[in-house]
Design a protein around this ligand. Structure first.
Ligand code: MN
Length: 199
């Protein structure tokens, strides 16, 4: 059999390398999942602005890599998340955010480019907003939901993440209840407020 470098892709038994562009986060070896605003209906506080923006072009809010990792506790899943600049009303573009299905698993995010925050929230309501900028790593502790938020007016927020491959994603809790806190622009600055829609 001829040697084909593409056979090395995703070899979780013997190892492999991958390239991620520092500026865009994209990789020639991986497709991305894309999240348009219409798929986040009701997640932003300003519902009228949200509906208007969906009707007027339905922007892509973020995209992310998902790798075909064996869902084994000894394997690691990794990829990039790319959150685009923009706002719905005064609320910055963000990812849906999720808990891990196995709640007791952490995650590491490393910011490749852009400027934003990682918003953390525990089931008990403890929260923290950690600033992300190129060259900074964020440790997401076990049990905390995590969402990245882009506060730059013109640059994508690109992060590289690594987590235990069998951790699983629980999006439902956030979709149903929302986060207790939101990050909005007030007087030109990112500001944390209580989420009026939190259930
Ligand atoms: Mn995660």
């Amino acid at each position: 059999m001829d040697f084909n470098p593409s056979d090395l892709k995703f070899d979780f038994e013997k190892g492999f390398t991958m390239a991620f562009d520092l500026k865009t986060g994209l990789s020639p070896d991986l497709e991305t999942g894309k999240r348009y605003l219409s798929e986040m209906k009701g997640m932003f506080a300003d519902s009228a602005a949200e509906e208007r923006m969906i009707a007027e072009g339905n922007p892509m809010v973020y995209e992310f890599h998902g790798m075909p990792v064996p869902e084994h506790p000894g394997d690691l899943a990794f990829g990039c998340s790319i959150c685009y600049p923009g706002k719905v009303g005064d609320e910055y573009f963000m990812t849906k955010g999720h808990f891990h299905t196995i709640l007791e698993t952490g995650e590491v995010y490393y910011c490749l480019s852009g400027h934003g925050y990682m918003l953390l929230e525990s089931p008990e309501g403890d929260w923290r907003a950690l600033e992300l900028e190129a060259g900074k790593a964020v440790y997401v502790p076990k049990r905390y939901a995590h969402r990245s938020i882009n506060v730059s007016p013109d640059e994508p927020l690109v992060t590289f993440f690594v987590f235990r491959a069998d951790a699983g994603h629980n999006y439902g809790t956030i979709e149903e209840k929302g986060y207790r806190k939101l990050l909005v622009e007030r007087d030109g600055k990112p500001t944390i407020i209580d989420n009026p829609k939190w259930k």
